[in-house]
Design a protein around this ligand. Structure first.
Ligand SMILES: [Zn+2]
Length: 523
């Protein structure tokens, strides 16, 4: 069944233009996979014409098979006075080999004459030529009408003529964009209705949150007949951000009762929001509606049973609908189902009354309390589960390590020594590196390869450090999130310590152990 409202995610493109957000290609691939599993309908991967990283993303993403989402490449209409088939930026969109291409074009006369410095007619030709060319190349074409609302308020006839030009050239959907984020919900509603009356093509909505109305405006557009909502996870985006999909999705489902992503996915919404925050290295906002840590937290000290009755009168929905939890109740249901799922993936059958589950939950809670985060560190979580079931000794042990750093004039160098034990055998290795963690990684890897040659192909693909704030007055803790790859699969591991080198070593050891666990499972 077709959804009543399609969800078009632009976290990887518009979202990555947010201050403090910088995704590597590996990050983008991981997020795209998660978005697909969650069930969004479109994933906008980037703008190949704007940077080489996005071109690389589109090359690498070809190896992935998506189950739910269609991948979109983003770009603009052809340049003025250039034939579309000669416009490099447009050709890069075709070269991205995505089923969907989204292009933006100008609706606002001010932008046509003052920014593009061209004529109203040439702008219409730029839109029509580009849409037609992309259609001839077999693409599903999403036409993003930039400054649609400001343009319409300024000159409704001209704005409408740009959208009709896109429709006539074959655009599959015309998406009205509140690019400056200053429009009010009633204006959005009126203009979407007027557009629906003139266009045969479907209409979508793309809003920004500059007036704090990004979500309200998207919902107003949907109620006026828009059937696609563009936005980002956690509302990332330029300035104050884009329309927050993490808020839009449950509002569509539970307030407007409209179908969008699969119903079963919505209970994973909080997990998805946290995952994307972890990858973006952004501190999770507890006040975020629906999925924030405080969204269903109640202060109160009375008897749990009595409070439970009262709680319902202070909640707009049941938090479990979006995978969140009521914080006053000591409920570990969400954590429990995650762990059961992860264990199944690893081949362990785990029910709610399996005795090991209690041990694992207690351990996870303990570790999370001391700063660990397993949401994006599936490698470390897998090891923890494995250890609870099989009481086997670790495949290797780091008995001792030493890291030193020196600077000679302008040259600085790091050296690490690692003593490793595998059964009765020992190895002692020294290695250099650009920094302490790099040297430690080199030393550990060199020792282990002697025992486990398969580890040779493991590479670190990403390294993230987060300083955890502490209210205790002791030294701040550091959380390290490492991402590794064997060329086929990727996994992440986590380490926490007051010492960044120690935290990194924990994550490194987990990464290698997980690689060995994976090897044992597949061979
Ligand atoms: Zn935008």
């Amino acid at each position: 069944m077709n959804p009543q409202v399609e969800i078009y995610d632009t976290t990887l493109r518009d979202g990555s233009q947010g201050e403090g957000i910088n995704f590597s290609v590996a990050d983008k691939l991981r997020i795209a996979e998660r978005l697909d599993a969650f069930g969004v309908h479109y994933i906008e991967g980037g703008w190949p014409g704007s940077n080489p990283k996005d071109i690389e993303f589109f090359q690498q993403v070809r190896r992935k098979k998506f189950k739910n989402a269609k991948l979109a490449a983003f770009g603009s209409t052809r340049r003025k006075n250039v034939a579309v088939e000669k416009d490099e930026q447009v050709l890069l969109l075709i070269a991205a080999e995505t089923p969907v291409v989204t292009i933006y074009g100008k609706s606002w006369m001010l932008h046509v004459t003052e920014v593009l410095t061209t004529t109203p007619e040439e702008n219409l030709a730029m839109i029509a030529d580009t849409v037609r060319f992309l259609k001839e190349n077999g693409k599903i074409v999403v036409y993003d009408a930039e400054h649609a609302f400001d343009g319409y308020k300024d000159n409704p006839e001209y704005a409408m003529s740009t959208w009709l030009a896109a429709e006539k050239a074959g655009a599959d959907i015309v998406v009205l964009c509140d690019t400056n984020g200053g429009t009010l919900p009633n204006e959005i509603s009126t203009i979407v209705q007027a557009t629906k009356a003139k266009l045969k093509t479907r209409v979508g909505i793309h809003t920004h949150n500059d007036s704090g109305l990004g979500v309200a405006n998207a919902l107003a557009a949907v109620e006026a007949g828009a059937t696609q909502v563009q936005g980002t996870i956690n509302g990332y985006g330029e300035r104050t951000g884009n329309c927050n999909l993490t808020t839009v999705i449950p509002n569509l489902a539970f307030k407007l009762k409209l179908s969008s992503v699969p119903e079963r996915s919505i209970s994973n919404l909080k997990e998805l929001a946290q995952f994307v925050d972890e990858i973006a290295n952004i501190v999770h906002d507890p006040r975020q509606p629906w999925v924030g840590g405080a969204a269903f937290a109640h202060k109160g000290g009375t008897h749990v049973n009595a409070v439970q009755k009262v709680i319902h009168s202070y909640e707009h929905v049941n938090p479990e609908l979006v995978g969140n939890t009521r914080r006053i109740l000591i409920s570990d249901l969400a954590g429990r189902s995650n762990i059961v799922m992860k264990a199944r993936e690893l081949g362990f059958e785990l029910g709610n009354d399996t005795p090991e589950l209690k041990t694992i939950l207690a351990r996870v809670k303990d570790l999370e309390h001391s700063g660990y985060e397993f949401e994006a560190a599936e490698g470390s979580l897998a090891l923890l589960i494995q250890k609870a079931f099989k009481h086997e000794a670790a495949p290797f042990k780091v008995d001792a390590y030493h890291v030193s750093m020196r600077r000679d004039g302008t040259n600085s160098a790091c050296e690490a020594t690692v003593k490793v034990r595998v059964g009765e055998k020992r190895a002692h290795t020294v290695a250099d590196g650009d920094g302490p963690v790099n040297a430690l990684d080199a030393a550990l890897r060199t020792s282990l390869i002697k025992f486990f040659p398969n580890l040779e192909k493991i590479q670190l693909t990403d390294y993230k450090v987060r300083i955890l704030d502490t209210a205790t007055g002791t030294a701040a803790k550091t959380r390290v999130l490492l991402q590794s790859s064997d060329g086929k699969d990727e996994w992440a591991t986590v380490g926490v310590s007051e010492n960044i080198v120690e935290a990194s070593l924990q994550a490194l050891v987990d990464s290698m152990e997980y690689a060995l666990l994976k090897n044992a499972a597949t061979s």
